[in-house]
Write a protein that binds this ligand. Structure first.
Ligand code: HEC
Length: 138
């Protein structure tokens, strides 16, 4: 009886643990998701602005401020209004770019799956020096 109980408890603990682990995105999967952004965005050493701004050091960056990139007024206004990129704001933006920053010029309809959003965020984070605060995405 005791043994069964122990197995049950261990099982529950493991389930809780894997639940926690999945709150963080998967960097390798995020790399694949990033292919959908790559036509417009570069990231990594020596990345340059293309159709969209390069995404190095994105975390902690105020929206619309990457030097040398011509942002829309909408994106600059969002930054002036206090929008800073972190896990939370990126998750909202990437789900519905047009809705989150109205009239911005990123022609991308958004990522539908929450897991893709988490994964691409985890991937982009690896190119940011600032390890940003902000709630982990639930
Ligand atoms: C068709 C081209 C295109 C695609 C695809 C695209 N973007 Fe963009 N992105 C842009 C443009 C253009 C802007 C600048 C928007 C503005 O100034 O209004 C932008 C802006 C951004 C910003 C804001 C950057 C800043 O410094 O404020 C982030 C973050 C971003 N994109 C991430 C992504 C991610 C992640 C993906 C893939 C899931 C993606 N984008 C797909 C073109 C694109």
């Amino acid at each position: 009886m005791k043994l069964i109980l122990r197995i049950l408890v261990t099982g529950l603990a493991l389930m809780a643990f894997s639940g926690l682990a999945s709150a963080e995105g998967d960097v390798e999967k995020g790399k694949k998701v990033m292919k959908r952004c790559a036509a417009c965005h570069k990231v990594g050493e020596g990345a340059k602005h293309r159709v969209g701004p390069m995404l190095n050091d994105l975390f902690g960056r105020t929206a619309g401020t990457a030097e040398g990139f011509k942002f829309s007024k909408a994106m600059r206004d969002a930054g002036a209004g206090g929008l800073v990129w972190n896990e939370e704001s990126l998750a909202k933006f990437l789900a519905k770019p047009r809705k989150f920053v109205k009239k911005n010029k990123m022609s991308f309809s958004g990522l539908r799956k929450e897991s893709q959003i988490k994964d691409v965020i985890a991937y982009l984070k690896t190119f940011s020096k600032a390890k940003v605060e902000g709630a982990a995405i639930q």
